[in-house]
Design a protein around this ligand. Structure first.
Ligand code: ADP
Length: 153
């Protein structure tokens, strides 16, 4: 059976922390779908299509990767995509506590879904999309925190 993984997130915007998790996970999967979860009642900072185009550009030379968007429960989306694995990155103990509950409940919702956690590289652990957005809101330069394909100007 093909090993299909989903890397779900808001990716608003995608950071070098996300990129590192994706690249390190690739030997584990036959296919990886980077899936931008959205809520149609809530507007993101960057438009969904822009976030998707940036990620496609970053992984343009990586045949195992596709980029998609979805609304609703991640486990239902995994079933639609026939994916058995959810990939998540862990930066801190707070990430762990939050992710543990979600992963355990996801397994109760859909039997057979496994969440795979990769620990972030130490140099990426402080990087978050939230702080990148905060820097941009105040006119700062956040380019060192995102892949070079992302150009905010
Ligand atoms: P969500 O809104 O689902 O938390 P994010 O886009 O913030 O979506 O993050 C998606 C995934 O990437 C999560 O598993 C998160 O822990 C992980 N992640 C976020 N920032 C980093 C980072 N700097 N290094 C490694 N993993 C990260």
């Amino acid at each position: 059976m093909k090993k299909i993984g989903i890397f779900p997130g808001s990716f608003d915007p995608f950071t070098i922390g996300h990129e590192s998790i994706v690249r390190r996970s690739l030997p584990l999967f036959d296919e990886l779908i980077i899936s931008i979860g959205f809520n149609s009642a809530k507007q993101g900072y960057f438009p969904l299509e822009k976030r998707k185009a940036w990620i496609e550009d970053i992984f343009a030379n990586e045949p195992k990767i596709t980029v998609d968007t979805y609304e609703g429960l991640t486990v239902n989306y995994c079933e639609r995509k026939k994916a058995n694995y959810i990939l998540r990155g862990l930066r801190t103990a707070a990430d762990f506590e939050y992710e543990r509950a979600i992963a355990q409940m996801n397994r109760m919702l859909v039997h057979g879904i496994e969440t795979i956690f990769l620990l972030t590289f130490p140099e990426h652990s402080p990087i978050s999309s939230t702080i990148v957005r905060e820097i941009l809101r105040h006119g700062g330069d956040a380019s060192q925190f995102v892949p070079k394909q992302i150009n905010f100007s």
